[in-house]
Design a protein around this ligand. Structure first.
Ligand SMILES: NC(=O)c1ccc[n+]([C@@H]2O[C@H](COP(=O)([O-])OP(=O)(O)OC[C@H]3O[C@@H](n4cnc5c(N)ncnc54)[C@H](O)[C@@H]3O)[C@@H](O)[C@H]2O)c1
Length: 443
């Protein structure tokens, strides 16, 4: 394979313009890039990144490159790539990029193979597909890999397979689902190097998951369907960070919001935030638009499709395309779905109802829209860049565990973001500091 695989290199000028546009909203990452340019904290390190190939990711890649890293970038989802950005990364920034919007599973894993062949010192994942592939190969569990990747891995000698992992000093993980998988690997003693859970930084999930997913998911659903949300019954499955953001945004647009949950605490929070809370089977009967954001499997299942209204719109914004059981819906239909608009597959059930699945059940904010706005990715990717620097300096002191982003990094990013937004805050006085650290003052 050559050192890139993208749709069309001629789209690079448009991609560069959009990368520049995003950069204007990413002041914290810009500051980090300026420092990285001088200090080169990643000098000599090969980094394999498996991320959504968007304008914001391009700015992160430029930052790592300025820091001295030798990077390869692959898509972390078959539908999230922005082809013009991939072209600009290759043509304007000379970053080997392997990503084509709409790529099939075989191509997706062919691209992951390119990231593995880069023999990374550091991994940067969004969903842990890169790291899990690396570990399956090392363990010889080829049956768990996509067949063509498995065949390639099998063709390597034992030492060659071990070699893929040998140089890795550590990795970073971007999203909730990836962190859950990596913590399970740590628990099962599978994890072979330290990971920093970028998702768990407060300056990441408070903003990216909540406001980023909230806004961009609405954007994705509207771009795909152009439906009016005012007056609709909008069902949000999962009231975690993403679900809270989504529910508040669609309420703001005039929808009646129904929340479904499995965690009593989150369900209670949703009730007190003023939403109707009910099981999915009840919600399925009343909903006009559905969106899952749970990280769980088959949240909308066959029995829910059985009772849905004619014309229901169903989307997912959780990481993997397993939250909506599309195979179960297929079984309820005589024919294949019709693509009635880009990203809208219309299924007709045997009893004549139409059910519209958006973006093949993949995260809709990246499939039919552009993903999170740059302003929130500024903080997420500032965490990625600083976590990479931290890993480069400290990997030898870390165990094979999933670590949080150090608190100092989190606080510093919040401080820099406020500064860039021109927002000033108060400082504790000496008297207040003393009061807050004392137990002696009472009634
Ligand atoms: N679309 C994006 O750009 C984007 C951005 C960030 C995170 N994500 C992904 O979104 C998903 C959710 O992330 P999060 O940070 O909100 O996670 P979270 O853990 O904060 O929230 C998930 C919620 O879903 C609930 N849940 C689990 N199973 C359920 C079920 N069967 N029915 C109803 N609720 C259920 C959980 O109780 C939890 O409250 C993850 O897959 C994450 O990787 C996507």
């Amino acid at each position: 394979m050559s050192n890139y695989d993208i749709k069309d290199i001629n789209q690079s000028e448009g991609g560069r313009r959009r990368i520049d546009w995003a950069e204007r909203e990413m002041p914290v990452l810009r500051m980090i890039r300026d420092r990285f340019k001088k200090e080169k904290p990643l000098k000599g390190l090969r980094v394999s990144a498996c991320l959504h190939v968007t304008t914001e990711t391009a700015n992160l890649m430029r930052t790592l490159q300025e820091g001295g890293a030798d990077i390869v970038l692959t898509a972390s989802n078959p539908l999230s790539t922005q082809d013009d950005v991939a072209a600009a990364l290759v043509n304007q920034y000379e970053i080997p990029t392997f990503a084509v919007k709409g790529e099939d599973n075989v191509t997706y894993y062919k691209h992951i193979r390119a990231a593995l062949q880069h023999k990374p010192h550091m991994t940067m994942d969004d969903g842990a597909d890169l790291v899990s592939s690396l570990f399956f190969i090392e363990m010889g569990r080829f049956e768990k890999l996509e067949p063509s990747l498995g065949a390639w891995a099998k063709s390597l000698s034992g030492p060659e397979r071990k070699d893929l992992l040998k140089g890795v000093i550590g990795g970073m993980e971007e999203t909730t689902t990836g962190v859950i998988r990596l913590k399970a690997m740590e628990r099962d003693n599978i994890l072979k190097f330290p990971i920093i859970a970028v998702n768990d930084a407060q300056t990441k999930h408070f903003f990216d998951n909540r406001y980023g997913t909230g806004q961009s998911t609405v954007d994705g659903i509207i771009r795909a369907t152009n439906v009016l949300l005012a007056g609709k019954v909008f069902v949000v499955a999962g009231y975690g960070w993403c679900g809270r953001g989504l529910a508040s945004r669609v309420r703001g647009m005039g929808a009646q919001v129904v929340v479904t949950e499995v965690d009593p605490l989150k369900a209670l929070e949703a009730v007190m935030d003023g939403y109707q809370v009910m099981p999915m089977l009840d919600a399925a009967r009343v909903g006009d638009v559905f969106c899952t954001v749970t990280g769980d499997i088959n949240v909308i299942d066959g029995r829910h499709f059985e009772v849905m209204k004619d014309g229901a719109i169903v989307a997912n914004s959780g990481h993997f395309n397993v939250e909506i059981n599309i195979p179960a819906l297929e079984k309820m239909c005589k024919d294949k779905p019709n693509l009635v608009r880009p990203f809208v597959d219309q299924y007709t059930t045997k009893d004549g109802r139409k059910v519209n699945i958006l973006g093949e059940g993949r995260l809709i904010n990246l499939a039919s829209a552009e993903g999170h706005p740059a302003s929130v990715m500024d903080m997420s990717f500032a965490n990625q860049a600083l976590a990479a620097e931290f890993m480069a300096k400290n990997a030898d002191k870390l165990e094979k565990k999933v670590y949080s982003v150090p608190q100092e990094i989190d606080s510093e990013i919040a401080r820099l973001k406020l500064e860039a937004m021109g927002v000033k805050i108060d400082k504790l006085t000496d008297e207040q500091l003393k009061y807050l650290s004392s137990w002696e003052e009472g009634t």
